[in-house]
Design a protein around this ligand. Structure first.
Ligand SMILES: NC(=O)c1ccc[n+]([C@@H]2O[C@H](COP(=O)([O-])OP(=O)(O)OC[C@H]3O[C@@H](n4cnc5c(N)ncnc54)[C@H](O)[C@@H]3O)[C@@H](O)[C@H]2O)c1
Length: 455
């Protein structure tokens, strides 16, 4: 089959709809037996891109990596090496990335998407995601994209629009909010939705941790301000969204999931908060805050208290807690400060008894790819882009509140939130957030910093 007809086939075929006889004529029976190859490309060859690509290759059926893109060659070489090792024992994983299919530069994503891939994995820093998603959808390519899916409100609007177009075209989009594919979350959130624990009264969500990697390159090791910020992307808001967006999105997203019932997506209608830089103040830490505390309100008045902190030697927790009329449901991915055992998943009733989750512990990073690729092979509708976009926007709303010190509604944030992406994406771009002559970046100041366009 030609590239286009293969893609169309993967897009539109479903075993039920096509029927066994027709399926045989299309793929000589091989597709139904899981032998039909899905071709993938990777954009953003860092830690998660490498992991996501390996997991995609290990998903059921034959998957072949045919193209890769990054802005830095060293990143790509390391990634390819690690992917090869990760899938070495998997008979249905193939890697055929020819030298001419390794693309370097700001337009590498276009070249990967144009390489005849059925699925592109987008795992660059999140600021680039809307532009890359738009292009993939325009070209009729399915997408797995990491969270967050944008770093500003205009970016979220672009993602929502691309998601709408993707649906029209029958394209599948997976988003790396893997808790949705993690059995204990599915079980406990399902039980909350069923009403088993009574009504939800409030939520608490945390990503308090020691932070991520320290800046990777010094100024004297890079050729430009753009390279400096890209190498150290976590510390620049247009690239990363600040850590409330980059990491805490997972916990905020669980809050939105708990509040979304009967298929109706819910997200906070307003928020207020405070934050700043208390410990991580050196200029090498760019412009982001090291702590944010936000109070979100949902349409029915339910409050979600949120904290995220990147400071060492303090109380840490990466957890979500749902207060209901019968007790407190603890959803704990990492640190278990909730209930006994079970990884921290379960409910502690007000009478002191506990019901601890003891079920499936499969790796959600693998399951999210298994689910997406199965939908692509079977032609089932699959879109995580809408909730991915609104959970990203929930985090951006929180950041807008902590940077400005104002209470802000979701509607204002989404409609009037200022864009922060630079117009020029090139190595010698004059970045709007460039530092002063001493290399010091401007840090947001509550009460002064403006985050909304005038009404
Ligand atoms: N779901 C999860 O639990 C999880 C975990 C880790 C990371 N992530 C997400 O994955 C994304 C990447 O994070 P990471 O830890 O892999 O970062 P990383 O720094 O290890 O990798 C990012 C890669 O993107 C490349 N890149 C930067 N700009 C690019 C551009 N314009 N075009 C092409 N390549 C570009 C970089 O050179 C680098 O190789 C982030 O959005 C992050 O939030 C998700």
């Amino acid at each position: 089959m030609s590239d286009t007809s293969r893609r169309d086939f993967l897009k539109t075929s479903s075993i039920a709809a096509v029927g066994a006889a027709a399926l045989h004529s299309l793929s000589a029976g091989a597709y139904a037996a899981g032998e039909d190859t899905v071709r993938i490309g990777l954009v953003g060859c860092g830690g998660r891109g490498t992991g996501a690509c390996s997991q995609a290759l290990k998903s059921p059926g034959r998957v072949r990596l045919i193209a890769m893109g990054d802005v830095f060659r060293d990143q790509m070489d390391g990634s390819l090496n690690n992917i090869e090792k990760a899938v070495a024992k998997d008979d249905t994983a193939e890697i055929t990335v020819a030298e001419e299919s390794k693309f370097i530069g700001f337009d590498a994503y276009k070249k990967v998407i144009d390489s005849g891939v059925d699925v592109v994995i987008l795992a660059t820093p999140p600021g680039f995601r809307p532009m890359m998603l738009e292009y993939a959808v325009e070209k009729g390519v399915n997408v797995f994209m990491e969270k967050p899916v944008a770093t500003d409100a205009p970016g979220v609007r672009r993602v929502l629009e691309a998601a709408r177009k993707a649906k029209e075209k029958g394209l599948k989009i997976g988003v790396g909010l893997q808790r949705h594919h993690q059995a204990p979350y599915q079980d406990m959130v399902g039980r909350i939705h069923s009403g088993e624990f009574g009504d939800v009264r409030a939520l608490r969500v945390y990503w308090n941790s020691g932070g991520v990697w320290d800046p990777r390159k010094n100024r004297d090791e890079v050729k430009s301000e753009m390279e400096y910020q890209l190498r150290n992307w976590y510390y620049y808001t247009w690239l990363c969204g600040d850590h409330i967006c980059e990491q805490h999105i997972h916990n905020l997203d669980v809050g939105n999931w708990v509040m979304s019932k009967n298929g109706e997506l819910q997200f906070p209608v307003k928020a207020n908060g405070m934050g700043g830089r208390e410990v991580r103040k050196d200029k090498k830490y760019g412009e982001i805050f090291d702590h944010h505390a936000v109070e979100y309100t949902y349409a029915d008045g339910t409050t979600m208290m949120s904290q995220c902190r990147h400071i060492r030697n303090v109380w840490n927790s990466v957890t979500e807690h749902v207060h209901t009329t019968k007790g407190i449901v603890h959803l704990s991915d990492r640190s278990s400060n909730g209930i006994r055992g079970g990884g921290g998943f379960g409910i502690k009733y007000f009478d002191g008894t506990e019901d601890v989750y003891k079920g499936d512990s499969r790796d959600p990073y693998q399951v999210e790819h298994d689910d997406l690729f199965t939908a692509i092979r079977n032609g089932n509708a699959y879109s995580e882009a809408e909730y991915g976009a609104m959970s990203t926007m929930t985090a951006i709303l929180g950041r807008m509140c902590t940077y400005s010190g104002q209470e802000i509604t979701m509607q204002d944030a989404l409609e009037r939130g200022l864009g922060i992406m630079p117009e020029d994406l090139s190595w010698d771009a004059k970045l709007p957030n460039a530092p002063d002559a001493d290399g010091v970046y401007a840090v947001p100041v509550p009460g002064v910093t403006k985050v909304l366009a005038d009404a």
